[in-house]
Design a protein. Structure first.
Length: 68
C-alpha cells in the first residue's frame, strides 16, 4: 500500500514564500484602507517585504509547505 500524498496548505502557500536561502517572506498587513491617518514613513515600511524571525513559526510554515 502506497503512502498518502503530502499536501500543501494552500492558505499558507498564498501568504508566504520561501526564499533561495531558506528565509520565509510575507507581505505586511495594514496597507489596504484607512491610509490617510498613517504616516508616509509607516506606509513606506509596510510596502517592504517582511521576514519571519521566530524559529517555531518558520518551522511550522515550512512543514505546511512541503514542496516549497
Amino acid at each position: 500500500m502506497d503512502m498518502p500524498k503530502m499536501k500543501t496548505r494552500k492558505s499558507v502557500a498564498k501568504r508566504f514564500r520561501i526564499t533561495g536561502t531558506g528565509k520565509v517572506r510575507y507581505k505586511k498587513a495594514n496597507l489596504r484602507h484607512i491610509l490617510t491617518k498613517k504616516s508616509r514613513k509607516r506606509k513606506s515600511d509596510l510596502r517592504k517585504q517582511g521576514y519571519l524571525t521566530a524559529k517555531p513559526m518558520i518551522k511550522s510554515v515550512k512543514t505546511m509547505m512541503p514542496w516549497a
